[in-house]
Structures are given as C-alpha cells and as structure tokens.
Write a protein that binds this ligand. Structure first.
Ligand SMILES: [Zn+2]
Length: 437
C-alpha cells in the first residue's frame, strides 16, 4: 500500500501520549473508534474516525477495527551482538559479561556471522513493534556496519555506534584509542544522517574505557554535531566500586563522564539503578536521559530502579529491553516488568497504562532528541505505528471482549500482549513488518 497521493486513513481503537502523563493528567489520549490519517509518511490527522473521514472524504479508509493502533515502540537500550545469549540465568553483571556476553561479542569479528545476526536482530525488533532503537553495535567496525546496512534495508529507525573499550574486557574486544577514533569517524561519515540512521558514540562503560578513550569520545562528539551518545551508568554495586577504584579523582560514577563532557540532550545512559541524589540532580540539569531496563535489572539481580526520584528531579526516563541481559525484544513485556518492579520497589511509583505507553514511545523519542519527529501521532510527525490485534481465542482477546474501558484495554495489552499480537508495523507509513497469519 502506498501512503503517497491521497494518503491513507486507518480506522481502529487508537492510543497515544502526546503529553507527558507524569506531568499532565491528560497525557493519554484514546479514541475507541479512532482514525489516523497520513500522507507521504507524515501524520495529517489523528482523532475520532467520523470527524476525520468527514473532513477528508477522498482518502480511502483501511478498516482495522478489532485491533489497536499505537505509536511504534522506541527501545532505548539494546545490544545487537547479544541476540544469541538471551536467556542466560544465574549470574550478576560482571560475571555474566565475562562468561556469557563477551565471548559471543568476540564472534562478531566473523563477517558472515555478524551479518546474519544483524538481520535476525532487526527482524526481531520489527516483529515486536519497535520502530526506533538505540542500539549498542559491536566492538568491530565491520559488524557495526552490517547492523546499519540491515537496518537500512528493513526501514527501521536506528541509532547505533561501534562499542569502544580499551581495557578489562577480552583482548580481542579492545581497540587503541587512535583506531577507535579512525573507525568511528569513518562510520559516522558513512551512516550518520543516512535515511533513518543516526550515529551514537558508544563507550561500553567507564570500567572498560581509559581516560584516553573517553577523550576520543569527547572529540568525536565535538567534531560531529548531532551525533548521539550512549553508555552504561550505575548498574551494579560491584561495577560501581570498580569504577571508583579506577578513577580515584571522580566524585562518583557520573562524574567520570562529566569530566569528558559526555552527556546532555541526546545522550542516553542505561540503568542508573544505584545513583546518589547529586547524580540524579546533575542528570536532570544536563538533560541526560536514563534508559530503564527492568527485565535486565531483575534478571541480573542489579536492583530496583528508583524511578520516583528520577521523575521528581525531572530526568527523562525511557525503557530499554537490554537484550541480551534482558529477557527479549518485547517492549510490552518491558512495560509490564517496569510496572511490577515499581510495585516492589521502596517508594515505587504506581504506574498506570498511560505512563507505560509514554515510557515505551514518546519518552524514548525525547531521550533521543527525536520528539519533534516521532513518539506520538501529532500532525506533522512520522507515521511510525504498531497495529496490535490479539489472536482469536487468546486470554488477551477474552479480556478485551469484556471491557470497553480504554485504561483496562491498554493494561491488558501490556499484561498479556506479545509478538503474537503484533499484526503490522509501519515506519513513515510504509510497512516494515506484517505478521504471517
Ligand atoms: Zn546494556
């Protein structure tokens, strides 16, 4: 189907969060007989179907009633070379990296294996309704280029970069800072701003980066305006103690990045499970976003994320699946896990379905500095969407048949929805995934 010419009008129950529901109690908008009209990849109108149809009678309707239209999910933390190690159990972060994740990451030096993994990875993103992802690439330029190529072919929006490290991992994953600079610069020239691709400077974490490597990151950001930044922060207590030992001059973990001006709008740091109050305040002041990865935090025993402290301070928090420390590609599941862990966390936030939708969509767009382009269905934004329709006879279908209440429907989608409910995914109005059934 082409979205050029007259455009297309999709008719279904529609949800989006054009405003932040943590700050505005009308953040969530729901239209039970909704319409989404787009043309040339951009949203023209979103609201009640009858009103939009009356205003644009010439635009053909695609009747999708029985299912649900949501903005495409934005996954703000995920590792492409860890696809094959999903499901490792029984370890904590540093142990898991050494014995599970890093040996697999070392295999990305094989071009054919990296290429096959990249294609499987972007297919999995699309099949779960994710239209934009901030992705840790590989420690190798070739494998990272394979990921960008696969994303370009798929039509997904992808922000990624080669992972930089020069100590404490495995020798084959280390680069010299000069080589990191050269390879990163080359990848930025090839991929940053190409179609829907953006580059992110990506030191793995302070633990595996010398001061010379962090300086390279600083230089790359200064020389390439618009390039994003991603790394890890305060994930695990053992990691935090090691960082303190390696950077004795730093007042805390965040201060290591601050020393090299690594942060600010468009910068996303994953986890921050164990921050000081000062770190939370400084993240807010610098507009650095946090990617909260609740499945990973639970699976690796990292801890309970203090979401309430971040929200109160004004830090932008979005969600990440953290494949492969997490438990899969599903952002619906990640929302459920965020809800569950906040129920258990001391001073946990009681999240409602509107909060969860925001965390999975618009918050990610804000974190990436893409909220003018994506994240909700406001006119002028890209028509990036996921169409969910519960399988016939499933528990999800049974729950939804019994209620017309939008909050209950959305809550059921987060609780019971998975890839089997994702029927169609579009980026700028064009299909990037359709379920086989
Ligand atoms: Zn991670």
């Amino acid at each position: 189907m082409s979205s050029s010419g007259r455009g297309e009008l999709l008719r279904a129950h529609l949800f989006h969060t054009p405003r932040n529901p943590f700050r505005n109690d009308k953040g969530l908008e729901s239209y039970s007989d909704g319409g989404l009209l787009f043309r040339d990849g951009k949203v023209v109108a979103c609201g009640d179907y009858a009103e939009i149809h009356a205003a644009y009678p010439e635009v053909p309707t695609i009747d999708l009633r029985g299912g649900f239209l949501l903005p495409g999910f934005v996954d703000t933390h995920i590792h492409f070379p860890q696809l094959h190690v999903l499901g490792g159990m029984g370890r904590q972060l540093l142990d898991w990296l050494e014995y599970v994740a890093l040996p697999e990451e070392a295999r990305m030096t094989e071009p054919a294996y990296a290429c096959q993994t990249a294609h499987a990875f972007v297919n999995a993103l699309a099949a779960h309704g994710t239209t934009t992802a901030l992705v840790f690439g590989a420690h190798f330029a070739g494998a990272t280029a394979s990921l960008f190529d696969a994303a370009e072919k798929s039509g997904l929006r992808l922000v990624s970069g080669m992972v930089l490290s020069d100590r404490r991992l495995r020798p084959e994953l280390h680069q010299l800072p000069a080589d990191a600079y050269r390879d990163s610069t080359d990848l930025i020239r090839r991929f940053h701003g190409k179609g829907r691709l953006l580059y992110a400077v990506t030191p793995r974490f302070a633990l595996s980066a010398s001061e010379a490597m962090l300086e390279v990151c600083q230089t790359l950001l200064r020389e390439n305006p618009g390039v994003r930044f991603q790394t890890h922060l305060n994930e695990n207590r053992q990691e935090i103690a090691e960082v303190a030992r390696l950077f004795p001059w730093a007042s805390d973990y965040l201060n290591v990045y601050e020393r090299f001006q690594l942060g600010g709008r468009g910068a996303v740091m994953a986890h921050n499970v164990h921050p000081s109050d000062s770190e939370v305040e400084r993240l807010a002041a610098s507009s650095t976003a946090i990617s909260h990865c609740p499945c990973s935090n639970a699976a690796l025993g990292s801890g309970l994320f203090p979401l309430g402290r971040h929200i109160a301070a004004g830090v932008t928090c979005a969600l990440g699946t953290d494949v492969g420390g997490g438990t899969g590609f599903g952002m619906l599941k990640e929302c459920l896990q965020a809800y569950l862990l906040q129920r258990l966390a001391p001073d946990g936030v009681l999240l409602n379905p509107g909060h969860l939708l925001y965390l999975a969509t618009r918050a990610g767009a804000e974190a990436l500095g893409l909220d003018e382009e994506i994240g909700d269905f406001s006119p002028g934004k890209a028509a990036d969407l996921v169409y969910l329709r519960p399988p016939r006879g499933s528990p999800l279908a049974a729950v939804i048949e019994q209620t017309g209440d939008p909050d209950r429907i959305l809550a059921a989608l987060f609780t019971l929805g998975g890839a089997e409910s994702v029927r169609e995914v579009r980026v700028e109005g064009a299909a990037v995934y359709r379920s086989p059934a």
